[in-house]
Each structure stands twice: as structure tokens, then as C-alpha cells.
Design a binder for this molecule. Sequence first.
Ligand SMILES: [Zn+2]
Ligand SMILES: [Zn+2]
Length: 185
Amino acid sequence: MDNHESHISEGKKNDCTAHPRPSWEEYFLKLAMLASERATCPRMHCGCVLVKDRYVLATGYNGSLPGAAHCTQVGCLVVDGHCVRTNHAEINALCQAARHGVSIEGAQAYITNMPCTSCAKALIAAGIRRVVVFSGYHNTMAEEFFSESNVALARLPKPSQYINYELESYTSADTSGDESSDATP
Ligand SMILES: [Zn+2]
Ligand SMILES: [Zn+2]
């Protein structure tokens, strides 16, 4: 059980020791989890963050093509057991980089789950040199392709889903005009 509440109640001090600072690996995996919150296919929520030299180059989540209906609105489009309505998170991250002319040569991909076979091949062909995941995916040949192409693969523990942002505890924060809390009808 966590004890976030007890840390808050201990005082208004900005206690940096209350929550361990995430490592870079945890940080980028948490960003991938955050991106996955935008996913629109109820069968799977994935997030992908492309990183080089600790800079985020692009992000993606599985979702419909721009302007198209979402699975959440019109249902999944299932072919051979897979929903094909969405582009996967990895493809959308690669497409975002392509649209903005961002080179991802030699970058790393932080993904919520092991890529499917197609995404693995796309990541390899795009120049990704290392892939970091914390969960698996069914029926994928990703590992074989990564190993064949010498793309490093790391499986890390799932990072904490808790985001440590306790506004009330920050001594420099001004929360008097905060209308966001409890204002939603
Ligand atoms: Zn779907
Ligand atoms: Zn995929």
C-alpha cells in the first residue's frame, strides 16, 4: 500500500524525498503510459515515445487516421482477429516525426508493450537502435526481428502509475485562484 496521504499531511514542505525521483528509463516509460491515455481502440491502449540524447523527438498512441471515426465511437474494425481501424502507437510516433521532419536515426523507442511484427519492422527500418518495453504483446515476431537487426531490447518493470505533483505541498505555488479543482459540474 502506498502512503501518499501521509506525506501530504506531514506538512507543506516540498519534501523531495517523499517520492523517489524517477530514473530516465522510468520517466520515458511513464511518458509512454501517459501518451497511451489518448488511445481510441478499447482493445488495447499503447503509447510510444521516441527519444534521442534524452530528448523526446516524437510521441504516439494507437488511434484512428486524422479526421476518421474512432473505435470508441463506431466500434472496432476487426479483420482476422485484429482491429485494423487504428495506426499503432509506434507508427503514429514515426509518422509524427516524418511530418515534422525530425530525424530519428539512432533513437530509442520507449513503448508500453512489445511491438507487433509490423511495428517492429517499421522501427528497425526507421533507424531505431534500442527498444524499451514493460509489457508483452500477443503473436509478435518483434524479438526475432530486433535480434536479427541488432536492435537492443530491454524489458523493464512497469513504472509507477502515480504522478508526483502535489500542488498544495509546493511552497511557491499559488492555489488561491485554482478553479480547476471541484469546479466540474
Ligand atoms: Zn479498435
Ligand atoms: Zn503495432
